[in-house]
Design a protein around this ligand. Sequence first.
Ligand SMILES: Nc1ncnc2c1ncn2[C@@H]1O[C@H](COP(=O)(O)OP(=O)(O)OP(=O)(O)O)[C@@H](O)[C@H]1O
Ligand SMILES: [Mg+2]
Length: 226
Amino acid sequence: MIIAISHQKGGVGKSTIAYNLSVELSKKFNVNVVDLDVQQTITACNVIRGKFGQKRLNVLNFEDKKEFIDFLNEDIKNNITIIDTGGFDSGMNRVAMYASDLIITPVSTEFLEVIGLEKYKKIIKEVSKKVGKSIKTHIVLNKIHHAQQNFGDIQSFIKKSPNQFELLNSVLRRRSDFSISLSHGFSVCEFDNTSDSSKEMKKLILEISEILDFKTHMKKKKKGKH
Ligand SMILES: Nc1ncnc2c1ncn2[C@@H]1O[C@H](COP(=O)(O)OP(=O)(O)OP(=O)(O)O)[C@@H](O)[C@H]1O
Ligand SMILES: [Mg+2]
């Protein structure tokens, strides 16, 4: 299974979400993480993770598009590969889009997000046309103010493009634990398993596992084996 966290817009929370998903899913499944972010956020957090005594993730870096495609083609059935794409448009990031079983796109509800999504929609359409396959992304609202309950503007924008966008039910609020936990190489759940951010992250993971039907398609890894 391949999951890409993708948006050409920078700073929306791709690496934060990719890292949290990777850490949590790697507790049950064999997970590979591909770091396409030029800032190498996940690679750096993974080093810190080791220094704080946690088992490191299996993070892979690719410079070459062909090597990346070969890896995705060979990736065995019982693995989950999570791709953290860069916040820009590139050939590698487009490969991640068409090769994935699920694309997740974090967006906030600020006005400029709509412009970012318009641009992303164009990219989705171009990639869909090129590979002859309809590509859709699942949008997760991220960095949302704790008191905000109405997401009407972004919801109605998303609804206008049902072939490219679908809104997830999970909402991740703007919470300081996300950056504090990352600075220790921890997921929000490892940092404080009872926090609101960890509850939201678990809800997102459950929603993803239902969409991809992990119960039917994924074997859990054996205890003690990475
Ligand atoms: N739910 C959240 N609550 C609070 N801060 C968050 C949340 N999600 C992400 N952030 C913060 O937003 C900033 C950008 O996040 P991140 O680096 O994950 O974005 P990105 O999309 O990967 O950026 P880029 O496109 O540059 O790779 C970071 O400082 C991160 O800690
Ligand atoms: Mg990033």
